[in-house]
Design a protein around this ligand. Sequence first.
Ligand code: NAI
Length: 418
Amino acid sequence: VNSALSLVEHDTAKNLIRVFFLQEKLKEFAKKSDSNQKAKHVHVIGAGTMGGDIAAWCAFKGLKVTLQDQSYESIAPALGRAYSLFKSKVKKDDLANLMLDKITPDVNGEGIKHADVIIEAVFEDLKVKQDLFKKIEAQAKPDAILATNTSSILLDEINQVLNDKSRLVGIHFFNPVAKMMLIEVVKGEKTSEDVANRSYAFVNQISKLPLPVASSPGFLVNRVLAAYMHETFILLSEGYSPEVIDKTMKNFGMAMGPVEMADIVGLDICLSVAKNISKYYGEEIPEILQNKVNQKQLGKKTGKGFHNYKNGKPVKASIDSTKSQDSQNIEDRLVMRLINVCILSLKENVVTSPELIDAGLIFGAGFAPFRGGPMNYLSTMGEEKYRAKIASLQKLYGKRFAIDLESNEQRGGYAVNY
Ligand code: NAI
């Protein structure tokens, strides 16, 4: 028993050291730029959930920020949230006020002309974004970074309106901005290396971890999470309780159970990501998710989703212990769906190495760090066991567990089955 235990401990320690190296690996990208110039001024357009919090984070990191939206009324709530962030970080009122002074509301977009980095975070609508980038390109400094925070529109669609398409890059933050370490730096077909390199440096400057990803639907993290969530919704429709699913995956080592995660992200947002991703990868939208949204039970923000919320915390029925057979089934299905999409993303060069998949999933999705990331988990499992597991899941649940490991063939540009 002792030696088995020390073997497990040894693996865990090795994997945690690996996590440290993965973090360093992401930071390395910041050194690729030859320019030593740090950004001083960031202009953020759209003061909603994301733009408001991005502005606050950049001000907290010492940058001058101009924050643009259509009216002062739309900017005010973001300033309130920014103040709460500063206060929670520095405790003292006067320091929090100094930080707040770094953010200037800017309805007319005066900041565009002066900013080193411009981050667009307006509605997820191609036309709205294109109209904006036309104006931005005409006014911005020639070497300013032009970035979009889009989570689902391809860069090569947005950049159609630009004279110089190589200037557009994705700087894709995760929600909540202040908590999530990872930022996907999205490269379209046209994005120049120099712009990408300077974007990594900027991300590092604001103490986040840059992950270079190709502009394919869902990029890396949302695409993988969409499959994982899809299976979660199917489990819920089969009658597994949210508590049991969450507990099983927390036991596996995830930072948060998937049902609670869906509730926190917002079931309306989950639905729109699912719809967007299914356009490309042909996945059916689970009825149970659509029904929740129809009933306006959107998760934490409405007080009810798959869990009920009280004072912002899920009220979970206590479960004595999960039946081991159930948990094994839940774990196998969720982990295998997730791993399959990781493998596909690698085959399609969404990222360039298995390490980067592991880094993305650990820092961007709360994947169990002590398992070293999904690809590391897969290699620990071994190919034979993986294939056997996939074959048996496929037999029971059909083609959503199918994955074409041999051929690199893609249909319609993207692999159809996860
Ligand atoms: P939101 O609806 O909370 O905020 C959008 C803001 O943009 C609103 O305040 C609106 O008044 C403003 N706006 C719209 N058109 C404008 C224009 N022409 N000029 C200036 N302001 C304008 O949206 P949210 O959730 O913050 O999303 C923004 C972007 O971030 C979207 O592209 C979304 O895909 C992306 N994103 C969202 C995440 C999320 O969890 N909500 C996560 C990561 C990315």
